[in-house]
Design a protein around this ligand. Structure first.
Ligand SMILES: C[C@H](N)C(=O)N[C@@H](CCCCN)C(=O)O
Length: 461
């Protein structure tokens, strides 16, 4: 039957529509990822936070994924039960986690006191961000598998690039909007810090509705391919497949490159607004706008580089060039005398190019190394390794800032203001670039040896 009926993936309208819908769900998640980043100075001034609190909250993103292996369970569920169930569960989890973050920031109930030695507000919010982290990460692997399902042998890297580009619009919004929004909706000179989080909650609900819509398309796709809901015994994922995946050297090189590269980007974004204020003397209102240029650049470039990979190949080379650029950009951020804001703008734009190169080639390369039935688990394992970095790096940077980088601390009109020297944190970010170059070189060599085809085009003629 499958040979006679044409698969729905052959319809351009159907596959690009499916992509647009699931990409929107990711956009809503990516907004929440960074919504509190531009609010760091306000949280310190009006809620008594310090950099340690901020780092703790942001590191919570990876707690459950890393320590309770939630991501890996998510990947197994994805391979065993399928994208519809897993995606819906992930979207609902994001909403629950964000609800808790809202409760903490808004102070829905009294937030004085401590829980296990952590300020109550920080503990509740971090718990929420940890739960959200499980949801958004599992949504990420689910959407990756959905894209492979629709685009294998076609414009896979372009589709993944467009999905990431859409998601980054959420990041850009989160970096640019919350600070002016909190100010505009504030009363009596006191900003409304919870309003941008409330907006995120509303977006997540819209993202859930979009995913429900997608589940109908997914059913139609499977029907068009003669696939019933029952997974056929031979094709079914077995838990023992995890050992097959982790005994693959190419998988480990991709996972290591992923953790190093992303540790130099996502955790950097948490601190980027603060860096602009402290190193480049940019005013608070404008400070979030500079880092928000980074996702804007990737919106155009990730699909472009993805399309190049689809048509011309050179995936391993693209990842190597991106890693070299990561080192160069962070090294330049480290140099104290380069402190004009124009330099910051230029470096952020370059970082945007870097952040387009590596992801555009990395994620479409996974199906070249791992078979489709193990793909959910493989993406989950890569995300799991990556989450160690996404969890550890903000914590490390927060602690380093707190311990070694405070240059002044004053209280003006009852509002506390702390200034930081970002040289050491930026040197730590540069180190991730250096290590990434080493791994990218090893991956290129391994590809040559094993013939994964990372340098070959994705589109099969
Ligand atoms: C943070 C998340 N684990 C992640 O790595 N996201 C990637 C996209 C991965 C999925 C691509 N289809 C990103 O670059 O945002």
């Amino acid at each position: 039957m499958s040979a006679i009926t044409q698969s729905l993936r052959e319809s351009k309208t159907a596959r690009w529509s499916a992509l647009a819908i699931v990409s929107f769900t990711m956009l809503t998640g990516y907004y929440i990822n960074y919504v509190i980043s531009p609010l760091k100075p306000m949280l310190e001034q009006y809620m008594g936070w310090d950099s340690g609190d901020f780092g703790f909250w942001n590191s919570a993103y990876g707690w459950f994924n890393v320590f309770f292996l939630m991501l890996i369970f998510g990947g197994i569920i994805l391979d065993k039960i399928g994208v519809r169930f897993t995606g819906l569960g992930a979207a609902i989890t994001m909403i629950i986690g964000t609800g808790l973050q809202y409760i903490a920031i808004e102070g829905v109930f009294p937030m004085e006191g401590m829980i296990f030695g952590v300020k109550k507000q920080i503990a509740i919010g971090a718990l929420g961000f940890g739960i959200f982290g499980v949801g958004v990460e599992i949504a990420g692997i689910t959407v990756s598998k959905i894209i492979v399902k629709w685009f294998k042998g076609k414009e896979l890297a372009l589709a993944m690039g467009l999905e990431m580009a859409t998601a980054r619009m959420g990041t850009a919004l989160a970096l640019a909007l919350p600070l002016p929004m909190a100010k505009a909706l504030g009363t009596g000179g006191i900003p409304n810090i919870s309003a941008p989080v409330m907006l995120g909650l509303a977006l997540l609900v819209a993202g859930l509705i979009a995913f429900i819509w997608y589940t109908f398309m997914d059913k139609k796709l499977e029907a068009s391919e003669g696939i019933s809901d029952e997974i056929n015994e031979e094709d079914a994922f077995k838990v023992s497949d995890i050992f097959v995946i982790i005994s693959n050297k190419g998988f480990w090189l991709l996972a290591l490159l992923c953790v190093l590269f992303y540790s130099g980007i996502f955790p950097f974004l948490y601190y980027a607004t603060d860096l602009m204020i402290n190193k480049y003397a940019v005013g608070e209102d404008f400070a979030g706008a500079i880092p928000s240029l980074l996702p804007f650049g990737t919106i155009l470039l990730t699909p472009l580089f993805g399309s190049i990979y689809d048509r011309k190949g050179k995936g391993a080379t693209i990842m190597l060039i991106g890693s070299i650029m990561l080192l160069c950009v962070h090294a330049l951020f480290t140099i104290p005398v380069l402190n004009h804001y124009i330099i910051a703008v230029a470096l952020i734009i370059l970082l945007g190019v870097t952040f387009s190169l590596v992801p555009s080639a990395m994620w479409p390369s996974v199906p070249k190394i791992i078979p489709e039935k193990q793909l959910g688990t493989a993406y989950a394992l890569i995300f799991w390794v990556q989450n160690w970095g996404l969890m550890g790096m903000p914590l490390l940077i927060g602690l380093v800032l707190e311990k070694y980088c405070i240059t002044s601390q004053e209280v003006v009109d009852g509002v506390s203001k702390i200034s930081y020297d970002y040289t050491l944190p930026m040197a730590i970010f540069a180190a991730t670039g250096l290590l990434a170059i080493g791994i990218a070189l090893l991956l290129k060599a391994e590809d040559k040896k094993k013939g994964y085809g990372l340098e070959l085009p994705n589109i099969q003629k």
